[in-house]
Design a protein around this ligand. Structure first.
Ligand SMILES: Cc1ncc(COP(=O)(O)O)c(C=O)c1O
Length: 401
C-alpha cells in the first residue's frame, strides 16, 4: 500500500483543487460554467515567441541545454532587467527555470533547513507556504489590512522576524489582491531589512508589467541597491507575455544562491526545453507594444468588473492597482443562505454555492490565507466577464438571512 512521504502527507490539499474538479464535472454535464478561477491570460502567445521556437529547432538546437539557461536567453533576460528595472546584472546572477514556480522551489530547496521561518504577507499566492513546508520551512503569516490597500506594513514585518527567519517573501503587484508597493512602502521595508541582516528577500515580480492608473512597478532594488546580496527576484514569461504553457521563468540573485539553485535544478529537470527558451528570448527582445496592449485590455476590464462588483450590495471591492484579479470581500454575507438553501458559513461555502447555483468558478480568499474574500480573474473575454457579473449580482440578490 502506497504511503506518501510525511512532508507531503502534512501538506493540505487546497480547496481550489476540489472546486476545479467540480467545475469540470459541471461543464461535462453541459452546464454553462464560466471559469474566473485560473491565473491564466486569455491571449495567444506573441508571434515572436512562436517564430523564436521554430528557429530554435531549425537551427538544430535539440540537445540538452545548459542547466542555468541558454546564453541568448540569459542575455535577453539581462537586457530586460536593464530596460525594465534599470538594474545591471551579470549572466552569473541569472538562471532560467520551468516557470517562476520552479525558481521558487529551487530557492527554498537550496536554502531552507528544518524549522527555518519564511515570512509571508497574507493574502499570498498559495505556493509560497506550501513549497516552503516541503523543505521543512515554517511559514509565518503577516496579515495585511484591507484599509492599508493590502500592503504589508513594515512594522508588522519587523515583529514577525525572529532569529530563525530565513526569507521574507514580497509579491507585488500581488496575486490575489492586485496591490502594488510604492517607494515609501519599499523604503520602510528596506529599513527593517537593514536591521535584520540574516533575512533574504524573495521578490516575486511576475506581474511587473501589469500595473494600472499610470503607475509603474518599482523593484526593492531600485530603492535599496545596498540589499542586492540578499534579494532574489523571481519573474517569468507566463503572465505579461501570455506564455503560461511554455514554462519559462527566471531568477536573478546573488551568485552563491544562484549556484545552489542551479545544483537543485541540475538534479531535478536539468535545463529548460530549448524551443521554449528560443521563444522566450525572441519575445523578450521585441519592443513592449504587445505587452502594453494586453495591459491596456486588463485595465479596461478591471474598470468593468470592479465597477460592477462595487454596485452589488453586500460585496466590498477595492480597486486593484495591478495583476488581473478582483478580490471582493464577503464578510456581510457570511452566515446567510443562498437562494438554493446553502449555508454560506465561510468563503469556501460561498464559492461552492456560486459554482453550483450560478456556474461561476472562482477561488475563495481563504486559499490565499485571507478570507472571507473571493478571487475573480479578469483575464477572460469581455462577454464572459459581463455575463459573470450579471450572474453574481443575481446570486447575491438571492441571498437571505
Ligand atoms: C505570484 C505568482 N508567482 C509565480 C507564479 C508562477 O508562474 P509560472 O510558474 O507559470 O511562471 C504565479 C502563477 O500563478 C503567480 O501568480
Amino acid at each position: 500500500m502506497f504511503k506518501p512521504a510525511e512532508r507531503l502527507a502534512t501538506l493540505p490539499t487546497p480547496a481550489t483543487i476540489a472546486m476545479a474538479a467540480r467545475a469540470r464535472e459541471l461543464k461535462a454535464q453541459g452546464k454553462p460554467v464560466i471559469s474566473l478561477a485560473l491565473g491564466q491570460p486569455d491571449f495567444p502567445s506573441p508571434n515572436a515567441a512562436l517564430e523564436g521556437a521554430v528557429a530554435e529547432v531549425r537551427a538544430g538546437h535539440t540537445g540538452y541545454p545548459p542547466i542555468p539557461g541558454q546564453k541568448p536567453l540569459l542575455e535577453a533576460i539581462a537586457a530586460k532587467f536593464k530596460r525594465d528595472n534599470g538594474l545591471d546584472v551579470s549572466l552569473e546572477q541569472l538562471m532560467v527555470c520551468n516557470g517562476g514556480k520552479q525558481a521558487i522551489f529551487n530557492a527554498f530547496m537550496a536554502s531552507l533547513n528544518e524549522g527555518d521561518e519564511v515570512v509571508v504577507p497574507a493574502p499570498y499566492w498559495v505556493s509560497y507556504p506550501l513549497i516552503a513546508r516541503m523543505f521543512g520551512g515554517v511559514p509565518v503569516e503577516v496579515p495585511c489590512r484591507e484599509e492599508d490597500g493590502f500592503r504589508p506594513q513594515a512594522e508588522a514585518i519587523r515583529s514577525a522576524i525572529t532569529p530563525r527567519t530565513r526569507w521574507l517573501v514580497l509579491n507585488f503587484p500581488n496575486n490575489p489582491t492586485g496591490a502594488i508597493l510604492e517607494r515609501a512602502d519599499l523604503e520602510a521595508i528596506a529599513a527593517v531589512l537593514r536591521d535584520a541582516p540574516h533575512v533574504m528577500v524573495m521578490s516575486d515580480e511576475i506581474y511587473e508589467h501589469l500595473t494600472f492608473d499610470g503607475k509603474a512597478h518599482l523593484s526593492l532594488l531600485n530603492v535599496a541597491p545596498d540589499l542586492a546580496e540578499r534579494v532574489l527576484i523571481i519573474n517569468g514569461m507566463s503572465k505579461a507575455y501570455a506564455m503560461t504553457g511554455w514554462r519559462v521563468g527566471f531568477a536573478c540573485g546573488p551568485v552563491p544562491l544562484i549556484k545552489a539553485m542551479i545544483k537543485v535544478q541540475g538534479n531535478a529537470t536539468s535545463g529548460i526545453c530549448t524551443l521554449a527558451q528560443g521563444g522566450a528570448a525572441a519575445a523578450l527582445r521585441e519592443d513592449m507594444a504587445g505587452v502594453q496592449a494586453m495591459r491596456a485590455t486588463y485595465e479596461r476590464r478591471r474598470g468593468v468588473v470592479v465597477g460592477a462588483l462595487q454596485q452589488i450590495t453586500g460585496l466590498s471591492c477595492a480597486m486593484p492597482q495591478g495583476a488581473f484579479y478582483a478580490y471582493p470581500g464577503l464578510s456581510t454575507l457570511m452566515g446567510m443562505y443562498s437562494a438554493g438553501g446553502r449555508l454560506l458559513k465561510d468563503d469556501v461555502a460561498f464559492a461552492e454555492a456560486l459554482l453550483e447555483e450560478a456556474h461561476i468558478a472562482t477561488v475563495p480568499g481563504s486559499a490565499f490565507g485571507y478570507g472571507p474574500h473571493l478571487r475573480l480573474s479578469f483575464a477572460a473575454a469581455d462577454a464572459e466577464l459581463a455575463e459573470a457579473c450579471e450572474r453574481l449580482k443575481d446570486f447575491v440578490a438571492g441571498i437571505k438571512g
